[in-house]
Design a protein. Sequence first.
Length: 451
Amino acid sequence: MSSNPVAETVASLMPKAREELAELVAFRSVADFDQFPKSESEGAARWVAGALRAEGFEDVALLDTPDGTQSVYGRLPGPEGARTVLLYAHYDVQPPLDEGGWSSPPFELTERDGRWYGRGAADCKGGVIMHLLALRALKASGGVPVHVKVIAEGSEEQGTGGLERYAEQHPELLKADAIVIGDSGNFRVGMPTVTTALRGMTLVRVQVDTLEGNLHSGQFGGAAPDALAALIRVLDSLRAEDGSTTVDGLAGESAWQGLQYEEGQFRKDAKVLDGVGLIGSGTVADRIWARPAVTVIGIDCPPVLGATPSVQASARALVSLRVPPGVDASEATKLLQGHVESHTPWGARVRVEQVGQGQAFRADTTSPAYRAMADAMAVAYPGEEMQYAGQGGSIPLCNTLASLYPDAEILLIGLSEPEAQIHAVNESVSPEELERLSVTEALFLRNYAAG
């Protein structure tokens, strides 16, 4: 990275950044309060609020959102007449999954092979630290040239929509000229990337019932309808022979225009086992950024250990459907519900309950903010040009903000490059990427103010 005061300041702040990220990662802030104490999320929220106050933010508040979680808000005044930029991140995290599968404790930031490991290190507690570093660097080299608002969400990973509903009820709160969502990532380490499209998401719980209670499989098996077998048939109907998602009435042939994802590199990034084929058709970019994708993310059935020879009376699954830009998530939910109901065999009783939803997003890349970001990335990543990529995941707030503030320019950057393995065991962040993206954001704010 070429020498400049902003870069030098960020470099000098990295030891403190590591300490702060370790403190924030230590909170088990999973916004599923059936599994994790609410006090852990509340502690993380207070930590973020304290960090904002220490940086001179005003009106710092813990916002009680309708889903029972807290988002953290603060406002840092800039020069009179300056533009306003909203910086977003979230402090809640995914569950650690199999803690025994981690090479180090998931809620203890651990340095290994040049990376910092811990749940939320990249997604998205690292995004909180990125925003703080950028603002500190600007304050140390002439001041922050824009009005800044920060919002740190407390339930993004759950898709329960608390902050979206709060923003709709308080439309002036997050109003800004430009919005930087710090919750995506570079296409790979060292390749500066803005995410210009996000798939939306719907999450449904499917319950199948066939009997009043479990039955002995020897006495009744072969005629008694098995709820688990019925559920398996329903779930199988959601995929074609090649693995493509097939929801009746939902289009699945869109193509991605932009940066492509080489299949061999995808296999490596996804850690696909030798001899196992990829699923779907079209390019990899088509499949993960432009087309729907269904995933069974949970299923209730008897574990193998301790199983009894029984015909199952009930079975349940949690099904996620990623929805491409251009498709309304509410309409996709109706199609998914209709598909499940029509493909349930043997007259089994089926109930489909929606438990989460978020709309897809597509950015306007012709806006002046994108030029300001491109110029910033060219300095932070010498010799590299800014790339445009999609992201298969969802950030439900994006569409809410785009709807509330149609004139705002929205950019997505972040620390979740492929090596970060977000949502999986051994999530990590590259400290070099944290440093470069903090420099990028600081220079973007300066460029945007001058533009």
